[in-house]
Design a protein around this ligand. Structure first.
Ligand code: ADP
Length: 607
C-alpha cells in the first residue's frame, strides 16, 4: 500500500506542488488502489496529474492514450522537464525515432508511454505490451470514445477492447466534457462495471458568460475586440471560408489574427497553432477544428460568431479560455438562421434516430441557455447536474433583462405561422406582423390576413426575439425536413386557448458590453518594483524555452515567475520552495533564474 507521504513527496519533488487541487487526490487514490476510474474535471483542473502521479508510484510502465500529437508532445515535454522518463510513439515522428522509444519502453526504462489509439491497438503492440508490467492505462479526452458525443473519433472505438485485454490493470478515462449520457457511454465502452466515477466542479467562475442576439455581427465582433486589444482569444466561426474572411477583417482593423480550419494543410495548421501558443495578443478565427489540445493558459476570450452544436460543445469551447484562473470572457451571438442551420446539420448527418434526438436535445438546451431569463451559469451547470447560486458574473446577473407579459404577442405570432400554412421562416412572419407589404407578402396575399400589421407596435428585432423565445420554449419549431419554415407545436397551439400565458424577455438593445475589460492576469498581484524583475524572468524563460524547443509555460508558469519576483529567493533552498519547482527544475533552472534575480537586485531594486 502506498502511503500518503509517498504521494505528497512525489507531488512536491516531481511536480513542485505543495498540495492537491480539489478533486485530484480522490482520483489518484482510486487508481493507486487498482480501480477503474472515470474522472470528469473541467479544463485546467489538472487532470494529467491524476494519472501521472499514480503512474510514478505503481511500478511498471503506464500507457497514456491521447487523440492528438500536440497533446502528447506537450505532456511529454512537461514530464521530461520534471525529470520523468516519458516519451511518445506517434505518426508525427519518423520510424527510427519511434523504434528508439519502443526500445527504451521494452527495456523497462520508461515510466509513461504516450500512444495514439491507432498505434496502441495494433496486434503487435498489444502483444508486446501484454508481456510487460503495465502500471495503468489512461485514456485522455475519453469522451472521444462516445458515439453520442460531439467529438467522436472512430480510432477511439477500438479502445473498448482494452478492458478485456489487460486484466488487472486499472484503466482511467479522463475528460473535461461529459454530460450524464456521455459519462454512462464512456463507462460502458471503456471500463469495468462498477468503475469509480469522479465528477468535480464544472464551474469556471472566472469566465464571464454572455449571449446576445446577432444583429450586426461584424460590428458586434469589432466592438467586443476593441476593448481587448493585445489579448489572445478565439473567434469561432461555422464555415471554413468564414474564418479566413474574419481573420482578414480583423487584420484590416489592426488586430493580429490568423485563420484555422480543417481544410488547411497540416503544416499550415501546425504553424498557426504554434504562433497562437507562443505569441501573445493573437486572435484565432477558427472552426471547431481548433481547440482540442491547445494548452494555452492565457486565452482571454472566446467569441462565438455562430451558434455551437449544442450545450456540451459550447461548454467545451468556452472552457479553453482563462485556464490560468484570471478573468476571461465568453460571448456568443446567435439568430434564427443559426438555429435552422444547426437543426439541418443534425438531420443531414444520416445518424440513427436516437442519436439525432439526443443532438436536438443538446441544441434545445443551448437555446434555452441563450434565452435564459435568470443566471446563465446556473443554467449551464444545471445541465451537467450541478446546482448553483446566481453567479454575479454573467450578463443576466449583471444586467437582468426584464420579463414582460407577452401572451397576446405570442398568440399573434403563432396565428401568423398557422395562417400561412407553417412554411415560412421568421423574416416573412415578422414582415406580416409588422405590416410590411414586401413582394413576397403581396404575392401570397398575406397582406389580407387579419394578423397583417397587428404587431406594428414592436420593432423587427423585438419580433425576432419573440419568435426565438417561442422556439426556445418549444412553442414553435423549425421544420428542417421541409422548407425550414416555422411550425406551431402542440404547446404553441395551446397558447391560443383561453388560459394560455407567455412572458418574454426584453432584450437589451444594443447588446451592452460586459463591463470593463478584465484586468491582466496577476496584474494586481505584482507591485511596480516586482514588475521589472517579472519581465526579466519572462525573457529568461522565453530564451530557455527556445533553446529546448518547448512552449514557455512548460518551463515555469506565470504563477511561478510571479512567486519568484515577489519572494526573490537567493539560495537554492529558497528556490526549491517556490510553486512549481520540483527536483529536476531545481537542478536545471535554479542557476540561471537565481543569477537573474541577483543581477536585478544588484541594480538597486532590492527592498
Ligand atoms: P487539464 O488537463 O485538466 O486541462 P492540466 O493537467 O493541463 O489540466 O493542468 C493545468 C495546470 O494546472 C497545469 O499547469 C498544471 O501544472 C497545474 N496543476 C495541476 N495540478 C496542480 C496542483 N496540485 N497544484 C498546482 N498546480 C497544478
Amino acid at each position: 500500500m502506498i502511503d500518503g507521504d509517498a504521494k505528497h513527496r512525489v507531488l512536491k519533488d516531481v511536480f513542485g506542488f505543495a498540495g492537491f487541487r480539489a478533486g485530484q487526490e480522490e482520483v489518484v487514490d482510486a487508481l493507486l488502489s487498482g480501480q477503474d476510474t472515470l474522472a470528469v474535471m473541467p479544463t485546467g483542473a489538472g487532470k494529467s496529474l491524476c494519472f501521472q502521479l499514480p503512474a510514478l508510484l505503481r511500478g511498471g510502465m503506464a500507457i497514456v492514450v491521447s487523440p492528438l500529437i500536440a497533446l502528447m508532445q506537450d505532456q511529454v515535454a512537461a514530464l521530461k522537464l520534471a525529470g520523468v522518463a516519458a516519451d511518445a510513439i506517434h505518426s508525427g515522428k519518423d520510424r527510427a525515432a519511434n523504434v528508439a522509444v519502443w526500445r527504451r519502453a521494452a527495456a523497462g526504462r520508461l515510466v509513461l508511454l504516450y500512444l495514439s489509439p491507432e498505434r496502441l491497438m495494433t496486434p503487435r503492440m498489444l502483444e508486446a505490451l501484454t508481456r510487460r508490467e503495465i502500471a495503468l492505462i489512461a485514456v485522455d479526452e475519453a469522451h472521444c470514445i462516445s458515439q453520442w458525443g460531439p467529438s467522436f473519433r472512430p480510432e477511439y472505438a477500438a479502445l473498448s477492447g482494452l478492458r478485456e485485454r489487460f486484466p488487472g490493470v486499472p484503466i482511467a478515462g479522463v475528460t473535461a466534457t461529459a454530460d450524464v449520457a456521455t459519462r454512462a457511454d464512456i463507462c460502458d465502452r471503456l471500463l469495468a462495471s462498477g468503475a469509480a466515477l469522479f465528477v468535480s466542479g464544472f464551474d469556471r467562475p472566472n469566465i464571464h458568460l454572455a449571449a446576445a442576439p446577432k444583429t450586426r455581427p461584424t460590428a458586434q465582433l469589432l466592438a467586443f475586440l476593441e476593448r481587448r486589444r493585445g489579448e489572445s482569444g478565439i473567434v469561432y466561426y461555422l464555415s471554413r471560408r468564414g474564418t479566413e474572411k474574419v481573420a482578414g477583417l480583423l487584420r484590416d482593423n489592426g488586430f493580429p489574427a490568423v485563420a484555422y480550419h480543417a481544410g488547411m494543410e497540416a503544416a499550415a495548421r501546425a504553424e498557426c497553432q504554434d504562433r497562437f501558443v507562443t505569441e501573445s495578443g493573437l486572435v484565432m478565427a477558427a472552426t471547431v477544428a481548433f481547440g482540442m489540445g491547445i494548452d494555452k493558459p492565457d486565452i482571454r476570450f472566446v467569441f462565438h460568431y455562430d451558434l455551437p452544436a449544442g450545450i456540451e460543445a459550447y461548454y467545451q469551447e468556452i472552457g479553453r479560455a482563462g485556464r490560468d484562473g484570471a478573468p476571461a470572457e465568453a460571448l456568443m451571438i446567435y439568430g434564427m438562421d443559426d438555429i435552422a442551420k444547426r437543426r439541418a446539420f443534425i438531420e443531414e448527418t444520416g445518424a440513427e434516430d436516437a442519436r439525432k434526438r439526443r443532438d436536438h436535445a443538446r441544441l434545445d438546451a443551448l437555446l434555452s441557455y441563450c434565452e435564459a431569463a435568470s443566471c446563465r451559469r446556473r443554467a449551464l451547470l444545471a445541465y451537467f447536474g450541478e446546482a448553483a447560486a446566481d453567479c454575479g458574473n454573467c450578463d443576466v446577473c449583471r444586467d437582468p433583462a426584464p420579463l414582460v407579459e407577452a401572451t397576446e404577442d405570442a398568440r399573434a405570432a403563432i396565428s401568423a405561422v398557422l395562417g400561412t400554412r407553417q412554411i415560412y421562416g421568421s423574416q416573412h412572419i415578422v414582415d406580416i406582423l409588422r405590416g410590411k407589404a414586401t413582394d413576397r407578402v403581396a404575392r401570397a396575399g398575406h397582406d389580407r390576413l387579419p394578423m397583417f400589421g397587428a404587431g406594428a407596435g414592436l420593432a423587427p428585432e423585438e419580433w425576432r426575439g419573440i419568435l426565438r423565445q417561442l422556439v426556445a420554449a418549444g412553442h414553435l419549431r423549425i421544420d428542417v425536413g421541409g422548407y425550414r419554415g416555422l411550425e406551431a407545436t402542440a404547446t404553441g397551439r395551446a397558447l391560443l386557448a383561453p388560459g394560455g400565458s407567455f412572458r418574454r424577455r426584453v432584450d437589451r438593445r444594443p447588446a451592452r458590453p460586459a463591463g470593463p475589460a478584465p484586468a491582466r492576469p496577476g496584474a494586481d498581484a505584482r507591485d511596480a518594483a516586482d514588475a521589472g524583475l517579472f519581465d526579466a524572468l519572462k525573457q529568461l524563460r522565453l530564451g530557455l524555452a527556445r533553446e529546448r524547443g518547448v512552449p514557455a509555460f512548460l518551463i515555469f508558469s506565470d504563477r511561478t515567475l510571479e512567486d519568484l519576483a515577489r519572494r526573490r529567493p537567493t539560495t537554492r533552498e529558497d528556490f526549491a520552495g517556490v510553486h512549481g519547482v520540483g527536483a529536476a527544475k531545481l537542478r536545471d533552472f535554479a542557476g540561471p533564474f537565481l543569477a537573474e534575480i541577483t543581477r536585478h537586485s544588484g541594480e538597486g531594486r532590492r527592498p
